[in-house]
Design a protein around this ligand. Structure first.
Ligand code: AMP
Length: 402
């Protein structure tokens, strides 16, 4: 059975088709960009090693989805599909695990659109459209928040009066759950293959968005993101942790609106804001070499806050078995990994420079030095694969039950 995974964003539609009997790599995958803008849509299509690019006239999500179905039909893909799995950013307290779509699920999802106004409405539209174009297929929803449903109350509550939690569900939810869940499964497998302990892990997802997660016996017990994906580490364009008093000051003294503060903290801060140049680490590393001080500061702040976050996660765990790097930066930047681990000497953590330089590829993913008390790993995250896997599990359970 092939599974189509859809990640529908406000101006993009990411897709991947997996066959579970073959491998964890998608058979086909792609990205449709610039949906809803006045420029032609750009479509990247990957099939194994082959890459194609298309452009179609500007249009909305519905026409983009119809283009996809048309191409699937022509290539004979539609007939092979057994289900569709959707990424959904914020499930709130109603969804503690992945679910199959039913009218009741749709109604609850619709009520929670405001929980993540930048993401949930687009994710929801993706489900509605997929139901229209694939009416015969079961559809599953996999939430970015669900993996963190196991956080204890002292970790997920803010120190606010209870009514803000009871009446408004203001609490820490955590995000990047599909990535941390994948890392939990895969790292455990790797460590067990080497007969190593895999009870206490810290997963460090460093990409354009960044978060850490404390994983105990495969379950999330703390994470750095909170009520929204703004909390925690310095990210590509997000500020991460900031004294809430700054927001009060911006509103009172600079008369900035909530919308303007949101724009500042989500889109103009982080690596981009501090460097004044780019949110792309590769560019900043180049600029640092040229002596650009703001880029060097942005890199330094990113590494320091990421290391601090590892320390915070370790508080939630027994002695650490492994620290796992993932995401575009975590998987690809030996320089950033070295800087972060450099701040973790207080825990004895240390890298093997050669293994780090080759991303652990010649050492089973391991990059720690012989003296390090915990293992340090580089593991490639596969969020789409995890969504496909959870979709298959839900469909199989339903079929067994019927
Ligand atoms: P993601 O959001 O997971 O796709 O990650 C995007 C981030 O990964 C960007 O900041 C990129 O600069 C960074 N990145 C990707 N490849 C590399 C690399 N080889 N070295 C440094 N940073 C990288």
């Amino acid at each position: 059975m092939n599974i189509l995974v859809i990640n529908c964003g406000s101006s993009s539609l990411k897709f991947a088709v997996f066959n579970f009997h073959d491998s964890s790599q998608p058979l086909w995958s792609g990205l449709i960009e610039r949906i809803g803008s006045q420029t032609p849509l750009r479509i990247a299509w990957t099939s194994g090693a082959q890459r194609e690019h298309f452009e179609i006239a500007h249009c909305r999500h519905r026409q983009a989805m119809e283009w996809l179905v048309d191409r699937f039909d022509k290539l004979g893909i539609t007939a092979t599909l057994g289900g569709v799995g959707h990424r959904f950013v914020h499930g709130g307290e109603n969804f503690r695990q992945s679910v199959l779509v039913t009218p009741a699920v749709l109604a609850t999802l619709e009520q929670g659109l405001g929980l993540a106004p930048l993401h949930n409405p687009a994710n929801f539209e993706g489900i509605e459209l997929a139901q229209k174009v694939f009416p015969h297929l079961p559809q599953a929803v996999v939430f970015d928040t669900a993996f963190h449903a196991t956080l204890p109350e002292h970790a997920y509550r803010y120190a606010l009066p209870e009514k803000y939690y009871d009446e408004h569900q203001i609490r820490r939810y955590g995000f990047h759950g599909t990535s941390h869940s994948f890392i939990a499964r895969r790292s455990r497998q790797i460590l067990q293959e080497y007969r190593l302990k895999a009870q206490a892990l810290v997963s460090l997802h460093l990409g354009n968005g960044c978060s850490s997660c404390a994983i105990l016996d495969g379950r999330s017990v703390d994470t750095s993101m909170g009520f929204t994906p703004l909390e925690g580490l310095v990210m590509g364009t997000r500020a991460g942790d900031i004294d809430p008093g700054v927001c009060i000051y911006l509103a009172e003294k600079l008369q900035m609106t909530a919308q303007e503060i949101s724009e500042l903290l989500n889109k103009q801060s982080g690596l981009l804001g501090v460097s004044g140049v780019s949110n792309d680490l590769r560019t900043l590393l180049e600029k640092e070499k040229e002596g650009h001080a703001p880029s060097a500061l942005a890199i330094g702040m990113f590494a320091y806050k990421a290391a601090q976050s590892v320390g915070k996660m370790m508080v939630a765990l027994p002695p650490l078995d492994a620290l796992v790097f993932t995401g575009g930066i975590g998987e690809n930047s030996p320089a950033m990994r070295a800087r972060i681990v450099g701040h973790l000497q207080c825990f004895g953590l240390a890298l093997d420079p050669d293994a780090n330089h080759t991303h652990g590829t010649r050492a089973g993913g391991f990059i720690q030095s012989a003296a390090s008390p915990a293992k340090i790993l580089v593991v490639s995250t596969q969020e789409e694969w995890l969504i496909a896997q959870e979709t298959v599990e839900l469909i199989s359970a339903r079929n067994l039950g019927s």
